[in-house]
Design a protein around this ligand. Structure first.
Ligand code: PMM
Length: 283
C-alpha cells in the first residue's frame, strides 16, 4: 500500500514514498545540571535541532513540557518561554519545525514563530486548538492518550486496545476536519506508552497496517520508551539500537513518520526497511 503524503505548513508536502520520514526530538526544558540558566538551555536546544536536521531529520519536534508518566503540568507562560525562541531560531534557519504542545496559546505563538506542524498528544481536544490549526494551515499530529501524563500509567485497561485507539483517532480526524483542518494535513499516532502496558504497545505496533489502511499518515513515537527497556533490559541511555530496530519494523508495517531522538541509527534501519518495502512493490 502506498503511504500518503503529508501536507504541513508553508506549502510543504512531505512524501514518505521517498523514504520514511524522521521527526527528531528536541527537549526545550531548562537544564538543571548547568547554572547557565535559560540562555544556555536555549542555545543547547537550538544546536541540537540544527544537528538533527543536518543528520537528515525531515522535521524537528520542539517540546517544553515533559509528557513522561507522572510528569507535572507546566504553566503556559513558562512553556512558551522555553519553546518560542527555539522554534523561531530553527524555523529561521529553514528547519521544518513541529511544536509539541496541547495548549492553544503556545501553539499560536509558535506558529507565528514559524512552526509548520502542531504535534498534540491530546489530539486537538483543547478549546480553539483545531480552529487555530485550520486557519494557520499547519500540519497536525493527532495522538491517542488514555487520561493524562500524571495518571495514564495507573493500571490502563482496554477491552480491545487496537479497536479503541483506532476508533478514537477516527473520531478526532473527523473533529479536526469539521473544524477546517485539511485532511491531507492530518497525521495520526497510536500514542505508544501513553496509558498502555507493554502488551498494549505491542498490540498497537502489530495493528499498524490496519491503522495505516484508514488513510492518514501514521506517526509512531517509540524512541527510548520503557517497553523497549523491559524487552531488552537496557537503560534509557542505551536504547537507540532497539529504537532503530523498532523504527524499521514500523516502516515495514506502514508507518509514514517515526519520532526519534537519534537520527543516524534510525536512518540505517529505515534504509533497509524502505528498500525491502520497495522490493515488495508496496512502497
Ligand atoms: N511521545 C512523547 C512526547 N511526544 N508525541 C507524539 N506524537 N508521539 C509520541 O509517542 C510522543 C510525543 C514522549 O516521549 P519523550 O518524553 O521521550 O519525548
Amino acid at each position: 500500500m502506498k503511504r500518503p503524503r503529508w501536507r504541513i505548513g508553508g506549502g510543504v508536502v512531505l512524501d514518505p514514498g521517498e523514504g520514511t520520514l524522521m521527526m527528531g526530538v528536541v527537549n526545550a526544558t531548562p537544564d538543571s545540571f548547568s547554572d547557565g540558566g535559560r540562555f544556555l538551555s536555549l542555545e543547547r536546544a537550538v544546536a541540537r535541532g540544527l544537528r538533527l536536521w543536518e543528520q537528515g531529520a525531515h522535521l524537528v519536534d520542539v517540546g517544553g513540557e515533559s509528557t513522561r508518566p507522572g510528569a507535572r503540568e507546566v504553566e503556559e507562560g513558562e512553556e512558551l518561554r522555553r519553546v518560542a525562541g527555539v522554534v523561531e531560531r530553527l524555523a529561521a534557519a529553514g528547519v521544518p519545525v513541529s511544536i509539541n504542545t496541547s495548549k492553544p496559546k503556545v501553539a499560536e505563538r509558535c506558529i507565528e514563530a514559524g512552526a509548520a506542524v502542531v504535534n498534540d498528544v491530546a489530539a486537538l481536544e483543547a478549546d480553539g486548538m483545531a480552529g487555530l490549526c485550520a486557519s494557520a494551515g499547519v500540519g497536525v499530529v493527532l495522538m491517542h492518550m488514555r487520561g493524562n501524563p500524571r495518571t495514564m500509567q495507573r493500571d490502563p485497561f482496554y477491552d480491545d486496545v487496537v479497536g479503541e485507539v483506532r476508533g478514537y483517532l477516527r473520531y478526532r480526524v473527523e473533529a479536526a476536519a469539521a473544524a477546517g483542518v485539511g485532511r491531507r494535513a492530518i497525521a495520526v499516532d497510536p500514542g505508544i506508552g501513553f496509558g498502555k502496558t507493554i502488551d498494549h504497545n505491542l498490540a498497537l505496533l502489530a495493528g499498524l497496517p490496519g491503522l495505516a489502511a484508514e488513510g492518514a499518515p501514521v506517526l509512531v513515537g517509540a524512541s527510548r520508551k520503557a517497553f523497549l527497556g523491559a524487552l531488552t533490559g537496557r537503560s534509557v541511555e542505551d536504547r537507540d539500537g532497539i529504537t532503530a530496530v523498532s523504527s524499521g519494523i514500523c516502516a515495514m508495517y506502514g508507518a509514514s513518520i517515526v519520532r526519534v531522538h537519534d537520527i543516524p541509527a534510525t536512518r540505517d534501519a529505515l534504509a533497509l526497511a524502505d528498500a525491502i518495502v520497495r522490493a515488495d512493490g508496496r512502497k
